[in-house]
Design a protein around this ligand. Structure first.
Ligand SMILES: [Zn+2]
Length: 186
């Protein structure tokens, strides 16, 4: 069995420091999911582990949000031999554009790379419900949520690490004077 945490540290998926998150909160740990996408030899066994959790379940389609989630959705759908659909950002949430059709009552597995607050997954679930399809379960590679979000359907994560986030005003790393970095693509 692979030591996921050790591998994540070695290839730079887990970064330690002082980070400004999208939410505006500060954290001592950042997950750079693109280090995993960069190394398919490490990523593929994790995608397969995620997919194997849902083997034999009555899933019709696998859905993921852009950007990283669409890669996970494609890979999990490939392993499970299901359809793959991608939810893109639109005003007020997410939607399945580009002609992805959803049938009423089809069971949809929602996947994503990193779960922090669960906002992207919630947007995908809302989009599925708008088409009267059925959000069946959620599968993520990394669950780094402080408090595991309740999606109203089962959640499975390949790797979970509870990470505490801080408001800037009571961030212990700010108090120690550790330089703040803004990771990610922006
Ligand atoms: Zn701070």
């Amino acid at each position: 069995m692979i030591d996921i945490e050790k591998m994540f540290k070695e290839i730079g998926v887990i970064k330690e420091g002082h980070f400004l998150l999208h939410s505006g909160l500060h954290s001592g740990i950042y997950f750079e999911k693109f280090r995993l996408i960069e190394h398919p030899e490490y990523a593929i066994p994790l995608f397969e582990l995620l997919a194997s959790q849902f083997e034999g379940e009555p899933i019709d389609t696998v859905a993921g949000p852009t950007t990283g989630g669409s890669i996970i959705a494609f890979e999990v759908a490939r392993v499970l031999r299901k359809r793959c659909i991608i939810a893109e950002k639109v005003e007020g949430g997410r939607d399945f554009l580009r002609g992805f059709g959803l049938k009423p009552d089809e069971n949809i597995l929602v996947v994503d790379d990193v779960l922090t607050t669960g906002a992207s997954v919630k947007d995908v679930i809302s989009a599925i419900k708008r088409y009267n399809a059925n959000p069946y379960a959620v599968g993520v590679l990394i669950d780094r949520s402080n408090e595991i979000p309740d999606f109203g359907i089962p959640l499975y994560s390949v790797y979970r690490k509870r990470v505490e986030n801080f408001n800037p005003e009571d961030c212990p790393l700010c108090k120690l004077g550790v330089p703040l970095t803004k990771p990610g693509g922006v």
